[in-house]
Write a protein that binds this ligand. Structure first.
Ligand SMILES: [Zn+2]
Length: 263
């Protein structure tokens, strides 16, 4: 942080991480792809998936953007991706009836192997950015690390949804929060991408059954979700438990600064 990103900006030629056009690290055309919140709907909807909103589809230019941040050290993407995550959190919150409630963002912890390989916890970085963005917009938000990983898990690449679920069973343990959660808080699991939903299912199960206290509702928000290639499904579809994302299209830049305004 500090001065180094600015120096890098001066020295390194910048191209859009999504489409490669020179200029910004995320061009407006690619940035807008992360301002279209939708309910995540994995092809085989896993039982126990919390209502999950993604800021965009994990497809097209969004995939290289997420991967550039996650795997290739494009740290300057933390801000636009954090803003996208904040947008998803704000959108998933609107689906809960009644007055607006505080949100407690719970990052899904990475595996020890993944954290060691990357040398950083990119989901926590996004969570910090998202909390800052939500607060700047007047949303009561904070981060709590209420989950930890237990034991070893195989790399999930190449596994089917069922195999992933079995691989993840018992992976997460809910932690006692330090201090009380805000009254009426919603717990929002946050992660970078949802594909099969198996990780979020396991995390939500641990969170709900764990020590969070008083079993507050568990929702989830991610930067991007694998699109469902079926006609007639949209971000306004009904998810599990009759949860419904309302007013999502109205949540654009007027409430959050939006990835396109980051640089
Ligand atoms: Zn672009």
């Amino acid at each position: 942080m500090g001065v180094f990103p600015s120096l890098a900006d001066l020295v390194l030629p910048r191209t859009c991480a999504g489409c490669g056009v020179p200029g910004r690290s995320l061009c407006p055309r690619c940035a807008v792809l992360l301002t279209v919140p939708r309910l995540a709907q994995p092809r085989r909807f896993p039982e126990g998936l919390p209502p999950t909103v993604a800021a965009g589809a994990y497809a097209g230019a969004v995939r290289p953007v997420v991967n550039a941040f996650k795997e290739h050290g494009r740290a300057e993407l933390a801000r636009p991706l954090g803003v996208a995550l904040a947008l998803a959190v704000a959108a998933v919150r609107t689906g809960v009836p009644g007055p607006a409630r505080p949100v407690v963002l719970v990052p899904v912890p990475g595996s020890r192997a993944a954290l060691a390989a990357r040398g950083r916890d990119h989901v926590r970085e996004l969570t910090v950015r998202a909390v800052a963005e939500l607060r700047a917009q007047g949303v009561a938000a904070e981060q709590r690390r209420l989950l930890r990983r237990r034991g070893r898990v195989r790399d999930s690449a190449g596994l089917t949804a069922v195999q992933r679920r079995a691989n993840l069973a018992g992976t997460f343990v809910g932690e006692h929060p330090d201090g009380r959660l805000p009254a009426g808080a919603l717990l929002v699991l946050v992660d970078d991408v949802v594909t099969t939903g198996a990780t979020l299912c396991a995390a939500a199960e641990a969170l709900a059954g764990g020590a969070a206290g008083g079993a507050p509702p568990v929702l989830a928000a991610v930067v991007a979700a694998t699109p469902r290639p079926l006609p007639g499904t949209s971000g306004r579809a009904t998810g599990s438990h009759g949860y419904r994302v309302r007013n999502v299209p109205q949540l654009h830049h007027d409430r959050l600064s939006g990835p396109g305004r980051s640089d």
